[in-house]
Design a protein around this ligand. Structure first.
Ligand SMILES: O=c1ccn([C@@H]2O[C@H](COP(=O)(O)OP(=O)(O)O)[C@@H](O)[C@H]2O)c(=O)[nH]1
Ligand SMILES: O=C(O)[C@@H](COP(=O)(O)O)O[C@H]1O[C@H](CO)[C@@H](O)[C@H](O)[C@H]1O
Length: 324
């Protein structure tokens, strides 16, 4: 299958040498795997698709429906891990054909904490697939090709441990044809942060993207940041353990999703920054707080938010302790 259009290889060499060496052989610009080919490569291995969901009643049904046709062939289980939704997410997800697991129903002895990473981590205990695909539940017009593309490298390249999706990310849904501008935390924080701390990872096109797949053996062996730091944490951990050879990325086309406000993304960025600094051995405040500002009747007032920096230990250790 097509990995890289060589005509553009000149630009690749302008990156950090390690990134430039990795990019051409671990980037699928035109993923061409067909399901029958992947089924043959899959053989007797198993695949779990996991959707983290917090109040996603408007979109979770379509995301589930985009994966549903693969259930029973390429996909062995399709799970929505509900993150404490207070809307109709659970009903909509179940009606669309997913197995819905509330975060309180798995590892019930552990009091759940808020956050995306918490449910991605709990999903490890709620599923059994050797390969795990994570998709966000807020996707708009989700492409059924996401899962096959993300599984491609895992099913054909034994050294790869984690596969990240990449895509064009329109910020205004109505201008998807030309739209870009999405991935604000990626462009304003993650990319500059990786450039400063791990320039070898400069070749990752979407380091924070919520569509990715990994081997259970790797995912159960690393801690999970319980908030939005989960993606940067997993990325840094796979690099620390397997080097760039453990990473691949596939073109998923266009990704449209619900966009949060700048204030919300500021809090998200705080979690990502804190996780990345800790993974890279940079001392950080034990209980960081982020002071944002709001204008009330003309007066600017501080709004101090705690930066969630919780971590869950490697699932492997938790399951071993439970097994006694
Ligand atoms: O505490 C949380 C926060 C987020 N999410 C889910 O994680 C995904 C990505 O979250 P969000 O859309 O807030 O991030 P963004 O894509 O805007 O960066 C979505 O499916 C959310 O429903 C979750 O399950 N629990
Ligand atoms: O990539 C980003 O900058 C943020 C915000 O995206 P938008 O500016 O709302 O398109 O979205 C990602 O970051 C989160 C933290 O890693 C992930 O959990 C999300 O899945 C991903 O969409």
């Amino acid at each position: 299958m097509a990995r890289w259009r060589g005509a553009r290889s000149g630009f690749v060499s302008t990156m950090h040498p390690a990134a430039a060496a990795w990019f051409p052989t671990h980037t699928w610009q035109e993923p061409a795997w067909r399901v029958p080919e992947l089924l043959a490569a899959k053989a007797d291995r198993t695949v779990s698709v996991v959707l983290p969901a917090l109040n996603e009643e408007h979109t979770v049904g379509e995301v589930v429906a985009s994966v549903r046709p693969l259930l029973g062939s390429l996909v062995d289980e399709l799970v929505v891990l509900d993150s404490g939704s207070t809307d109709d997410t659970v009903r909509v997800a179940a009606a669309a054909g997913a197995r819905v697991v509330r975060r309180t129903e798995v590892l019930a002895e552990l009091e759940p904490v808020a956050g995306k990473g918490e449910v991605l981590w709990r999903a490890l205990a709620a599923t059994s697939g050797e390969l795990i695909v994570y998709l966000d539940s807020d996707l708009v017009d989700p492409d059924p090709g996401f899962v096959p593309a993300l599984l491609g490298p895992l099913l054909t390249e034994p050294a790869v441990q984690l596969v990240k999706g990449f895509y064009r990310r329109p910020l205004r849904l109505e201008t998807v044809e030309q739209g870009t501008g999405g991935g604000r935390v990626t462009e304003l924080l993650a990319r500059p942060l990786l450039a400063a701390l791990r320039p070898e990872l400069a070749g990752l096109i979407q380091p924070l993207g919520g569509e990715y797949a990994g081997r259970r053996e790797f995912l159960e062996s690393v801690p999970y940041a319980t908030g939005y730091g989960v993606e940067i944490g997993l990325l840094l951990d796979v690099y620390a353990r397997s080097g760039l050879a453990g990473l691949a990325q596939v073109n998923l086309g266009v990704r449209k999703h619900r966009h949060r406000s700048l204030t919300q993304l500021g809090a998200m960025a705080g979690q990502i920054l804190n996780t990345a600094l800790r993974r890279c051995g940079v001392p950080v405040d034990a209980d960081p707080a982020l002071t944002q500002f709001v204008q009330v009747s003309g007066e600017w007032l501080p709004d101090v938010v705690a930066v969630e920096t919780g971590e869950r230990p490697p699932m492997r250790t938790v399951l071993a302790e439970r097994a006694g």
